[in-house]
Design a protein around this ligand. Structure first.
Ligand SMILES: [Zn+2]
Ligand SMILES: [Zn+2]
Length: 426
């Protein structure tokens, strides 16, 4: 809080100059003091006994600022301390950490998003525009509203902010409920409604699903063969519209049973007609077992060599009722925030699902390499990101409440989060 320290995310194995600039008088550099730099890579050790693994060098400020060049090896966090030595006394002047990444991950940026939420058009509380604004207030970079059986509300969220400059990406979406199929699916970003397609051309739907069922000959009951074929049909349609096909909450308990039978779930999971699995779904505290089961299932499948792309979502049914909204999200490591880039990254297994329950430590699920990096980002980078987003989200809420001044201020904020983030990456 007392310094500008950039960059914080660096390419591994390359010499990088870090700049530490004190912002306030209580951190002013003392003329009479000597300064030492202690570099402690978290995972790797040099040779030697005791604390000799620490790399200590002397460091001199120039014009009230420290600048030093180091090579950060491996993919890991590096703790850095600047010590101030006056006479016999040595004290910590500044502590921070830097994360070094291999090139593939260094070239991507992390984006936070939620792709499963409801508005008052289905069983949610607020208007689509309100949900979108609240997402920005919550620190998200992208979102999609996904009402039950309805695609149009998600377009309403987009249209509400059509003529103002915002950095939140609002994508279309819907939760798909085909006839006689209780497996839930999310269409994230697709450019047409699969629900409407089923309604408008129900004969074609039933015929094509029947064909898939005959071709597939899944080792399931008659009824579940239909459900599987129906899911496959929907997932294919989502992809045809350029969307991401998400398989939702199999361990949601509904009508006293899990939403999907274990036979059907095993079959869907392994056959992967979907693009991404809703690893962390929108479960209330009393439903925590459902997420727990989804996570252990996923881990066990990974151990068997079955990799599936994952997302974490809130499935929120209200932004201000203290339930679900903001509790879960996805971090996608992507080239940019455009839909094809996000989808490509998720399919490339470059995403993690985050659980951030109020009053609890954050938990991140996904490949270990990404989890480790995401934990650093959540601790060191996202708090500032989220703070900037919060201000924008509040303005978006004022704008839809009719405050015309808000759009002018929103314009001046345009690009602010990206500019700040680019400093972290140097
Ligand atoms: Zn659902
Ligand atoms: Zn839902």
């Amino acid at each position: 809080m007392y310094f500008n320290i950039f960059p914080r995310i660096v390419a591994e194995g390359q010499s990088t100059t870090i700049r530490v600039e004190p912002l306030y008088s209580h951190k002013k550099i003392k003329e009479e003091a000597r300064y030492k730099l202690v570099h402690s890579p978290m995972e790797t050790r040099g040779i030697g006994q005791g604390e000799s693994f620490k790399r200590i060098s002397s460091i001199q400020p120039k014009d009230g600022v420290f600048e030093f060049t180091l090579t950060f090896e491996g993919e890991q966090e590096h703790n850095i301390d600047i010590l101030e030595v006056t006479g016999q006394e040595e004290r910590v002047y500044c502590s921070f950490s830097v994360y070094s990444l291999k090139e593939d991950l260094y070239n991507l940026r992390p984006y936070k998003g939620d792709m499963h939420m409801h508005s008052h058009y289905s069983d949610g509380q607020e208007s689509p525009a309100y949900v979108a604004a609240a997402c920005r207030r919550e620190g998200l970079d992208f979102m999609a509203l996904t009402d039950h059986g309805q695609y149009k509300p998600s377009l309403e969220a987009q249209q509400a902010f059509e003529n103002v400059e915002i950095d939140l990406k609002i994508y279309p979406g819907e939760e798909i409920h085909p006839p006689d199929n209780d497996v839930h699916m999310i269409n994230f970003g697709g450019n047409f409604s699969v629900n409407e397609l089923i309604e408008d051309q129900s004969e074609t739907y039933f015929n094509e699903v029947e064909e898939i069922k005959e071709r597939e000959k899944a080792p399931l009951s008659e009824e579940e063969q239909y459900k599987y074929a129906s899911c496959k049909w929907c997932f294919d349609k989502i992809r045809q519209g350029g969307g991401l096909a998400i398989y939702c909450h199999p361990y949601w308990i509904h009508n006293r049973v899990y939403n999907v039978s274990i036979d059907l779930h095993n079959y869907i999971y392994e056959k992967q007609p979907y693009d991404a699995f809703e690893l962390i779904g929108g479960f209330h505290i009393h439903e925590a077992e459902s997420n727990h089961l989804q996570v252990t299932y996923y881990q066990e499948q990974r151990a068997r060599g079955i990799q599936v792309p994952i997302v974490g979502v809130t499935d929120a049914h209200g932004c201000d009722n203290g339930q679900l909204f903001g509790w879960y999200y996805t971090i996608v490591f992507s080239q940019d925030l455009e839909l094809p880039s996000l989808i490509k990254s998720i399919k490339d297994l470059k995403s993690v699902a985050v659980e951030a329950l109020p009053g609890n430590p954050v938990r991140v699920y996904g490949p270990h390499r990404l989890v480790k990096y995401a934990l650093f980002l959540i601790r060191e980078v996202f708090p500032i990101h989220d703070e900037l987003c919060r201000e924008e989200g509040k303005l978006m809420l004022e704008f839809i409440a009719g405050n015309q001044d808000a759009s002018r201020i929103m314009k001046s904020y345009k690009g602010r989060v990206a500019r700040r983030m680019s400093k972290y990456w140097g």
